[in-house]
Design a protein around this ligand. Structure first.
Ligand code: MG
Ligand code: MG
Length: 245
């Protein structure tokens, strides 16, 4: 449980992450490299007197994660140029006065296929299906169950190896928040808990593998993947998004 003072700092950090996403949006166009997006994000975050949470995290070389099409998460920013028809998942973390915010969003580059639109729409909706379960007394398993259920109804693969998490003075804290699970199981949600919920859904099977760079995770069958994440605080009767406006 976080104190009111801590929640205020987490709110500032979360809002910086939100504003970094808004700042990047107009740049997400054909021709820009993921390294250029990384530089823009890092400069913006530092101007807010914050630092990029992922830079150097376990040795991660980028400030943000940029995962294109069949890449699920942890793509390293580099020379790859975005192309019309790509989707790109951008995961941003920012640390303000020792407290973190964490939010990922998948964006379309130009005109994308109906399949990719379907994947993006339903992965975002799956996130909100999970969030709807958040209130004191419910359990972590209720969140995962709602996400898994929604994904299965829409024939999307649920990545299981990567999970949501608590957020605080460390960007990844307990408890783990899986995108699958059974109702009424797992740790109880309590007022003042801060967690990141982050479904990663694939248009094909749920299987994934790690590239030789030891970071980038791709779908095993080459199908596109989407990732939507918010950091939220558990309130008296529900939740509030910290990585929003
Ligand atoms: Mg994230
Ligand atoms: Mg996260």
């Amino acid at each position: 449980m976080k104190s009111d003072r801590e929640i205020e700092l987490l709110r500032v950090a979360g809002n910086i992450v939100y504003r970094t996403h808004q700042y990047l949006k107009p740049f997400i166009k054909e021709g820009i490299t993921t390294k250029e997006l990384d530089r823009l994000a890092e400069d913006f975050i530092r101007k807010q007197n914050a630092t990029p949470s992922f830079k150097g995290y376990d040795g991660f070389p980028g400030s943000i994660c940029t995962s294109i099409n069949n890449q699920v998460v942890h793509g390293i920013p580099g020379k790859t140029k975005l192309k019309n028809g790509d989707i790109i998942s951008i995961d941003i973390g920012a640390c303000f006065k020792g407290y973190h915010g964490d939010s990922a969003w998948t964006y379309a580059v130009g005109e994308i296929s109906d399949d990719k639109k379907y994947l993006m729409e339903h992965t975002e909706k799956a996130l909100f299906e999970g969030l709807k379960q958040i209130k004191p007394g419910n359990r972590i398993g209720d969140i995962g169950h709602a996400i898994e259920n929604y994904a299965k109804q829409h024939h999307l693969g649920v990545v299981e190896e990567l999970v949501g998490h608590g957020v605080g003075t460390s960007v990844h804290e307990d408890p783990e928040v899986p995108n699958y699970g059974l109702p009424h199981t797992g740790p109880k949600l309590r007022k003042g808990m801060v967690i990141a919920v982050e479904p990663m859904l694939n248009l094909g099977s749920k299987e994934i593998y790690v590239l030789d760079d030891e970071w980038t995770i791709e779908t095993a069958d080459g199908s596109p993947s989407a990732h939507f994440e918010h950091t939220v605080v558990v309130t008296e009767d529900g939740y509030q998004i910290l990585t929003g406006e």
